[in-house]
Ligand binder design. Structure first.
Ligand SMILES: C[S@@+](CC[C@H](N)C(=O)[O-])C[C@H]1O[C@@H](n2cnc3c(N)ncnc32)[C@H](O)[C@@H]1O
Length: 354
């Protein structure tokens, strides 16, 4: 057999491609976290020295990074002037916050979630998992950024339109909407902005997320119809709401069934539970598409592992397919589960009623 056709050669090619992808994300994260893309977008092409002066960063590091980013195809490099530059068509992807095409969140999530590596190896050997206190702050920045894009460009502009009763009651007003596992509150803030006559409440277990959510709401000027509170959704609430939503909460929970019980009790009998989770198949072996490896990686580095750290169910990132949604709904007393057709590549949305 010709050496070039050996299966080992194909595998090596694949590894080289994956290595390029991995370092691409790492170098992109440096550009995002230090604001280098932002500077290039705002102030234009620069040599590494000019960039160092503009940004008060070390020239030698910037030179190495700039050439690396050029080799990866993210930046341009002029051999005569030695200036690096960012194609303005790339600004919506690498610089804009909350833009429809923004990928800053994906970059930050991937780069930061890979950090507690030795704890992960220990979990493979000894079971258990990794708690939130070991998760890098950059991960939450990434969750915030992906949420910002998703809720601005999908939730309030598309998904809500596909649930006409929810939309019209929120428009008329005087109804309540609770967002469980609200994270940094991007979904709650977008909803509160869109429906100023209704009242919105965001609950999350993790206090730093609640603090961030309050700041985001303040910066967005949304204060009259929105409140954030720290709360573990496994514990029952006394209040009832017209609408309850969970955006990427249930598959992360230590005890998803307890969470579903709280939700059922919290939704009024004529209310609606909006469940957004990760789009996935009933048999995980049937999951297909370019983002599937990313989902398993996220499961290992966050979703499954933070739940298992607490003897949780560890459903994992692709652990809440439609069959499981229906099983939980049945167990806690929701009667109808309707999948909302969306063209989002990562998320599925269900309209669920008591
Ligand atoms: C993947 S994040 C999603 C955050 C947000 N909904 C979004 O889409 O950006 C999951 C969130 O659920 C929260 N969470 C996990 N378990 C929880 C529980 N038992 N009660 C309340 N929040 C919880 C986490 O703190 C985290 O903010």
């Amino acid at each position: 057999m010709d050496d070039n056709n050996l299966p080992q050669k194909d595998l090596i090619k694949k590894i080289v491609g994956d290595a390029r992808g991995a370092v691409g994300i790492r170098l992109c994260a440096i550009g995002v976290d230090l604001g280098i893309f932002e500077d290039l977008a705002k102030n234009g092409p620069a040599t590494s020295q000019e960039l160092a002066d503009r940004m008060n960063l070390d020239e030698r590091y910037l030179r190495e990074w700039g050439l690396g980013m050029f080799s990866l195809g993210y930046l341009d490099f002029d051999k005569v002037s030695r200036k690096i530059s960012l194609n303005k068509e790339f600004i919506p992807v690498l610089v804009e916050e909350g833009g429809k095409f923004s990928q800053k969140g994906l970059i930050e999530i991937l780069n930061s979630s890979l950090l507690p590596y030795h704890e992960l190896l220990n979990s493979f050997k000894n079971g258990g998992g990794i708690n939130y206190d070991k998760i890098d702050k950059g991960f939450w920045n990434g969750i915030d950024q992906t949420g910002c894009t998703r809720y601005r460009h999908f939730l309030v502009t598309d998904w809500v339109d596909k649930m006409p009763e929810l939309k019209s009651r929120l428009e008329i007003g005087s109804v309540t909407f609770a967002d469980f596992g609200c994270g940094s509150g991007r979904s709650t803030v977008e909803m509160a902005k869109k429906f100023p006559k209704s009242q919105f409440f965001g609950f999350d277990l993790f206090e730093p997320n609640i603090e961030r959510a309050k700041k985001i709401a303040l910066d967005a000027g949304v204060k009259n119809n929105l409140k954030f509170m720290q709360w573990d959704v496994s514990n029952p609430l006394t209040e009832k709401f017209d609408f309850v939503a969970c955006f990427d909460l249930i598959h992360d929970m230590i005890d998803p069934l307890e969470g579903m019980k709280t939700i059922r009790k919290a939704v009024k009998d004529d209310g609606i539970f909006v469940l957004m989770d990760i789009k996935c198949e009933d048999d995980p072996a049937d999951n297909e598409g370019p983002m599937v490896p990313f989902m398993y990686a996220m499961s290992l580095h966050f979703c499954m592992t933070t739940s298992l750290a607490n003897n949780g169910a560890g459903l994992g990132t692709v652990g809440l397919p439609e069959a499981k949604v229906k099983e939980y709904c049945d167990l806690v007393g929701f009667k109808t589960v309707k999948r909302i057709e969306t063209d989002h590549p990562l998320n599925s949305v269900f309209e669920i009623r008591p």
